[in-house]
Ligand binder design. Structure first.
Ligand code: SF4
Length: 291
């Protein structure tokens, strides 16, 4: 793995319509490439233009750019990070740029949604607790509750047990936490037992929502990398994928209907939501003071 420092021209992307999953108005990514090395990572796809995903590009002027762009936004809305690269990969322990971005969001009182697989997020629990007065959502991606299987599928990421422990600690200080249970890999993670275990552990850790995805995406470089890893980890399984999915982009689990039905019953029974609770901006004059 190599680390390259780069300059970003802009940091905040603006969504004309908030996305349906998280309700994001703005997104930013400080890093490109990711050290968690999930074998299924969609960010390896050619359309994202990252030649070697295992190399990390660090936008070293990210805070300067955000400090300039945030106060100039006329519409306040949920700011998201973590969709393209984990904001709490091991590199963040060295650069601390995600922490500085959180400091800016606290200062400007912007609500935040972040996705991570890392308990390094706990380093910033003080800032997230302060941001919770506006809105702070932390979604942990968990595709299996089995630490041994996760070590094969997500070899650079902290274990699901560590993620759930971090979730518990964040929930205790008022941060809204939940699970993005996606992808669920066909023929590997697509069992009722796995889905039930992920949801049960999420509930125990204080999650208020679980977002499911019973399948995965497969395209160009991402597919090539995934199939090469399957050959190493699960010899013979590639053939089943090729037969079932061919060149298709969307690879739904063959038993997606069964999994969805079981999931629906679980979340209904336990009162879990299946979307991030929508952020509602308080009327002017009622916004809490953070500083
Ligand atoms: S943590 Fe997310 S961005 Fe990083 S390798 Fe895994 S799926 Fe990709």
């Amino acid at each position: 793995m190599a680390v390259h420092e780069i300059q970003a021209k802009t940091m905040l992307s603006h969504h004309t319509r908030p996305d349906p999953w998280f309700g994001l108005k703005y997104t930013f990514n400080i890093y490109r490439g990711c050290q968690h090395r999930c074998i299924y990572c969609d960010s390896r796809s050619a359309c994202y233009g990252i030649e070697d995903f295992d190399d990390i590009l660090v936008k070293v002027n990210a805070i300067e750019r955000l400090a300039d762009e945030l106060p100039r936004k006329r519409v306040r809305g949920l700011v998201g990070t973590g969709s393209m690269s984990d904001p709490y990969g091991p590199i963040e322990a060295h650069y601390g740029l995600t922490r500085q971005a959180l400091e800016l969001l606290v200062h400007h009182r912007y609500p935040l949604h972040l996705i991570t697989k890392s308990d390094l997020v706990l380093r910033d629990v003080d800032l997230l607790a302060r941001l919770a007065d506006v809105a702070a959502y932390v979604s942990f991606t968990v595709t299996t509750a089995d630490d041994d299987l996760a070590a094969q599928l997500e070899p650079g990421a902290p274990s699901p047990t560590q993620r759930y422990a971090a979730m518990t600690a964040l929930a205790a200080v008022g941060v809204k936490v939940g699970v993005t249970m996606m992808p669920i890999l066909p023929f590997i993670e697509d069992t009722v037992e796995n889905v039930t275990a992920v949801v049960a552990s999420a509930m125990s850790a204080g999650a208020t929502y679980v977002l499911p995805g019973f399948g995965m995406t497969l395209r160009d470089r991402q597919r090539d990398y995934y199939y090469a890893q399957l050959d190493l980890l699960f010899p013979g399984l590639r053939r089943r994928y090729e037969q079932r999915y061919g060149d298709r982009y969307e690879a739904a689990c063959p038993n997606a209907g069964v999994l969805q039905a079981g999931f629906d019953a679980l979340v209904k029974r336990h009162g879990l939501q299946t979307r991030v609770p929508p952020y509602k901006q308080p009327p002017r004059g009622e916004q809490p003071r953070l500083l």
